[in-house]
Design a protein around this ligand. Sequence first.
Ligand code: DGL
Length: 277
Amino acid sequence: LVFDSGVGGLTVVDAIRSIAPNVRVDYAADTGFFPYGDKTDAELRARLPEVADELVEVIRPDVFVIACNTASTLALPEVRERLSIPVVGTVPAIKPAALLSKTGKIGLLATPGTVRRDYTAALISDFAHDVEVVLHGSLELVSLAERVARGETPDLADFAAAQAPLFAQDEDHRIDTIVLACTHFPLIREQLKQTAPRAINYVDSGGAIARQTCRILGAQAPDFVPEQPPRAIITSDPSRHPELVDTFVRFGFSRTEHLDRQTDMGRVSQVSSTMRK
Ligand code: DGL
């Protein structure tokens, strides 16, 4: 089960499918609490283990993948503590970016939450102490990625404006590599490339998360053929988000279910479906 606040984790779903096409990948988005990037640490620490636990109860996956930097860099230990199955987290690709940079200066684009985490600071001091790192947190980029995933084509000027504050901190124009430290951002990689002031390598951690997930699933994974279609489940009412339901269809999820957290049914969550097409 791949989990995110919104559509960002779909980039991780793609990465898993590309190396293990026969693995059944279900998807859950905490749309009822989206976006995570502007929530306080306390709010996310309280919510994540609860939602993760309810989803695992309903879906019963072999592995729970937190395809969200904002959640993983804060509450991975709490979610691991709560669940009795393996949990894979998302770590900003700071180490590979530092290795890749020829100029010794990298950028990092993430949510404001990920940018201010101690976890992110620790990654930089562990793996990028010999390169300069410039950070920028942007919720605007998250919302542009959500729009692109829904089939909209926002103005390129909006992408340029949203990443401009990162380049504004790069007075000597040396940044050659940028970490996409939010799983939403690979959805807009092309737009970011097109509107960057020069050629930049945009690096994400989708491949690494996919490999780690498959390692945990073990040797049986490549031969495992799913019997049922994959499930997509969200924490708000799908009938309120027809374009989101359509996005899921494009990613191979033919129906979107609702994890209704309002119902007082103990650990049994209410699941209803919306079929499209
Ligand atoms: N996709 C999420 C991440 O990786 C966060 C987006 C949000 O909800 O703010 O950080």
